[in-house]
Write a protein that binds this ligand. Sequence first.
Ligand SMILES: *Cc1c(COP(=O)(O)O)cnc(C)c1O
Length: 442
Amino acid sequence: MSLRDLPSVDELLRELESFDGVPRALLTNEIRSVLAEQRSALKHNAAAGTHDSISSLVIARLERLRSSSLKRVINATGVVLHTNLGRAPLPSFAPISGYSNLEYDLATGKRGKRDSHLAPLLEGLLGKPAIVVNNNAAAVYLVLNELAEGGEVVVSRGELIEIGDGFRIPDIMAHSGALLREVGTTNRTRIDDYEHAISDRTRLILRVHPSNFHLSGFTARPALGELAALGQRRNIPVYEDLGSGCLVDLREQGINEPLVAESLAAGMNVVSFSCDKLLGGPQAGIIAGDAVLIERIRRNPMYRAFRVDKLIIQSLEVTLQHLLFENWREIPALRMIRASAEQLRQRAERVSQALTGIPHQVRESSSVIGGGSTPNEVIPTSIVELIVDDATECDRRLRSNKVPVIARIEKKRIVLDLRTVFGEDEAELVQAVRCAVAPNRT
Ligand SMILES: *Cc1c(COP(=O)(O)O)cnc(C)c1O
């Protein structure tokens, strides 16, 4: 086809006019943009589509705009807190779609506070006042800005970390207006290093959980209690960025994440952590600690910019209630982490039986916690390994399932870890595997 043979906008408009429920302006825009691409393809000597394929392209674009881009997927990777799959899977709740008493006190009929919905639950869980912001990055910024702007923050060189996606402690610090005062070395920092760095410019002592990396060998850092004692002696608040915000002891599951309660008990004046990592809830960040400091942080003008929306409050309320009442089974991330190797072996066997005729094997492997927990945090699992000719192609087909299935590729095989697959999704998973593998076998 040449430039002259391309259909005109009017021609396509007439043809597609009857396309259901599409405003004329939107239709015109999509036609124009598809035609522009075709013209540019022709100019670069690439083949342009036929008349019919051009109208199908326009229709496909309109369909894509109308369908949801954010979809439910089946996570068969075994990575519980998968950064690309929304970190912690949300506990179920029915969103309030109309009005709510977000900032209305039903008892008095007067203006209420949005904090009031979560405060009692947080107090119950942490034993300290706490506030909620959009995520832990916002929490770190807010704490540093309120407590240390214009002054120095003492932090160990071993804790100047990057979390991923550009979140670097030194950068956040610079933006908060606080000055970084690095102490110690990459692998070893002693309490004396902190002590010597304290001057009349020091506003805060910062401790950061190294989250996504692990330092081993000749290492040292002071115990939390030593930092707390130093802070108290020199009258400087100590703040710990805990990262994951583990509220439930998971040591029996082999996960050695520091507990929020332990940090507060050790005398941290302020702590902050994410809500969509080991806490198991929606994206949000919690700042908890000494009442006076929390109140100061709450009054920071930027708090308003970081406050959470009603959907998050509702979802977090449900999560915190399950935590407080120890209904851990209702929090998918915790339920998945607590699933035993034996339970997972049985599930893998069950899926294996449903896959008769498809070459595969069940074997032992490990699931990764993910989401900024250390790379060493793995727990034993059983996997279903699909033996396929072309793992990349099979993976692509699994992803294009109606409910996309996200798997792991290991040594050119497709690996399915049931740990992160919801029980009710098992049948869909089996169906998707059959569809993805069958074309190779006909
Ligand atoms: C994950 C993490 C953050 C960032 O938290 P978000 O909730 O993703 O903003 C900050 N600090 C540490 C130590 C973390 O692990």
